[in-house]
Design a protein around this ligand. Structure first.
Ligand code: NAD
Length: 496
């Protein structure tokens, strides 16, 4: 069986004490093993990043950007291999993996603009013959800890911009599907990145805690579930590190009585069941305003869902694949059970899907649950599966109050034809990313990604302009040159 190791100081390391199985969720069988780094291995990776830092920090940003241009070309060239690895280990269907990779590539493209992004601010004559400027310096060694659901994209939210800004990086990917993440990191080496600038350590809590405690690590970016995000933020901050920790979600869509219902049903179907609902921006709650639109929504969703195809990642005809593990499959089914027990109505039941030829795969079929209320466990917690809940309310304000009271505030959307209602909604909703007739309002790479409330701990969002701010610190310099005697020795030509 293949062993997925680490990338430390430019070399692949495949020896270590602990390891864990990596499953193919479509077949339900282990297909590879991943090494789990102990403290000493993570410390080696930090040391490699620390050693690479001085030279990389002083490499001109334009030369750092050139590495990113070559990296981008290699990502496109190897897209099929990357997406097959994602499919094998995560389970998402190939064209969804292609979409994930494309969003990742867009972050590399943003990092290609780093000479422009680092230009800083300058003021001449802030006093008599005194000039002042602010520059944005890299932090040093920074770390990233990433979740299973986007093994290519989420790491690419972090290290391209961090590295382009002059930092060196230690990445700890999800141990559940680490293959594509490591493969992509090797492509960056191939693009000409000096050894030690990007290191990848696979592992679990021991690896993460080492990164959180080591004084050489200056900053930590985390994406994952809220309990772990809160833990990471607390421990990294207590150790004096800069930290951004993005957590879980429960994304609501409001369906107004005037909505274009066919459009809303299409959008909800893709956003609730795409990638088996294992997206932090998945729409998992439809809030219908008024019983009339609720009845119409449920009936159209039910009809549309008869055509949904769940199955193996490799079949192009499938709409979505399995969930990540057997344990997660059981957890999702448990939420559907609990909804039923607490009085909700399971309209479309995906608890026992038939996937011929893949009987051991971790599949859950598309599920629609009506008459859900705020007191139910299925409403309060993140299910992270192909399950859409319908909550019925009587007014838009009631829908907004529900969203604003929820502990998560990642994404949300309103379906309406009323511009005034949409404007009021986007202005007053306590959520970080808002869609108006757009079900998955994931910001493009030149904006930044971040939720509110318990969906993000820290001040700055991920990637884009906030990424540049997170991975640099401002230094402001004020200078005056005495007027006499300093011209001696000045060079008037560019050094060649
Ligand atoms: P997770 O929190 O279980 O794991 C994330 C990372 O933390 C992994 O690298 C894992 O090894 C590590 N980890 C897990 N337990 C740990 C512990 N006790 N101590 C230290 N490290 C630990 O998340 P997941 O299941 O991989 O991913 C799904 C979650 O991520 C969902 O909640 C989803 O909403 C969230 N997510 C959020 C965003 C966002 O941008 N807000 C994006 C993607 C995923």
């Amino acid at each position: 069986m293949q062993t997925i190791g680490h990338l430390i100081g430019g070399s692949i390391v495949t020896t270590g004490e602990r390891h864990q199985d990596v499953y193919n969720p479509s077949t339900g069988t282990p297909s590879k093993q991943v090494l789990l780094a102990n403290k000493a291995t993570v410390e080696q990776a930090i040391a490699a990043a620390q050693a690479a830092y001085p030279a990389w920090r002083n490499t001109p940003p334009a030369k750092r950007a050139r590495v990113m241009y070559r990296f981008r070309a290699l990502l496109e060239q190897h897209a099929d291999d990357i997406c097959r690895l994602i499919g094998e280990e995560h389970g998402k269907i190939i064209h969804d993996a292609m979409g994930e990779l494309q969003r990742g590539i867009e972050n590399v493209e943003y990092a290609c603009g780093v000479p422009e992004l680092l230009k800083g601010e300058h003021s001449k004559n802030v006093g008599p013959a005194i000039d002042s400027w602010s520059e944005f310096q890299p932090l040093g060694v920074v770390a990233g800890i990433t979740p299973f659901n986007f093994p290519a994209m989420v790491p690419l939210w972090m290290y391209p911009i961090a590295i382009a800004c002059g930092n060196t990086f230690v990445l700890k990917p999800s141990e559940r599907d680490p293959g594509s993440t490591l493969f992509i990191a090797q492509l960056l080496q191939e693009a000409g990145l000096p050894e030690g600038v990007l290191n990848v350590v696979n592992g679990d809590k021991e690896a993460v805690d080492t990164l959180l405690d080591d004084p050489r690590v200056q900053a930590v970016s985390f994406v994952g579930s809220t309990p772990i995000a809160e833990y990471i933020y607390g421990r990294a901050s207590a150790n004096g590190k800069r930290c951004q920790a993005l957590g879980g979600a429960k994304n609501h869509a409001i369906i107004m009585p005037d909505a274009d219902l066919d459009n809303a049903v299409n959008a909800l179907t893709g956003a609730a069941f795409g990638s088996s609902g294992e997206r932090c921006m998945a729409l998992s709650v439809a809030v219908a305003v008024g019983d009339e639109i609720a009845d119409a929504l449920v009936s159209k969703m039910k009809a549309q869902m008869t055509a949904l195809k769940v199955g193996a990642f490799s079949d192009k005809d499938n709409d979505f694949g399995p969930v990540i593990t057997k344990a997660h499959q059981q957890k999702v089914v448990g939420y559907i059970d609990s909804a039923e027990q607490q009085g909700a109505e399971v309209v479309v039941d995906g608890r026992k899907p038939v996937v011929t030829g893949y009987e051991q795969g971790f599949f859950v079929g598309g599920t629609l649950i009506d008459r859900v209320t705020a007191e139910m466990v299925c409403y309060q917690e993140e299910i992270f599966g192909p399950v859409l809940l319908v909550v019925r309310v009587n007014s838009m304000q009631e829908a907004m109050d529900l969203i604003n009271a929820h502990e998560y505030g990642n994404g949300t959307c309103i379906f309406t034809r009323d511009g005034e209602a949409a404007r009021y909604f986007s202005d007053n909703i306590l959520v970080g990313m808002v869609g108006i007739n757009v079900p998955l309002p994931v910001p493009v790479s030149y904006h930044s990604f971040g939720g509110w409330k318990r969906s993000l701990f820290g001040d700055l969002s991920a990637y884009g302009p906030d990424g540049v701010r997170f991975y640099t610190r401002r230094k402001t310099i004020t200078q005056r040159w005495p007027s006499a005697g300093v011209r001696e020795g000045t060079q008037f030509s560019f050094p060649s």
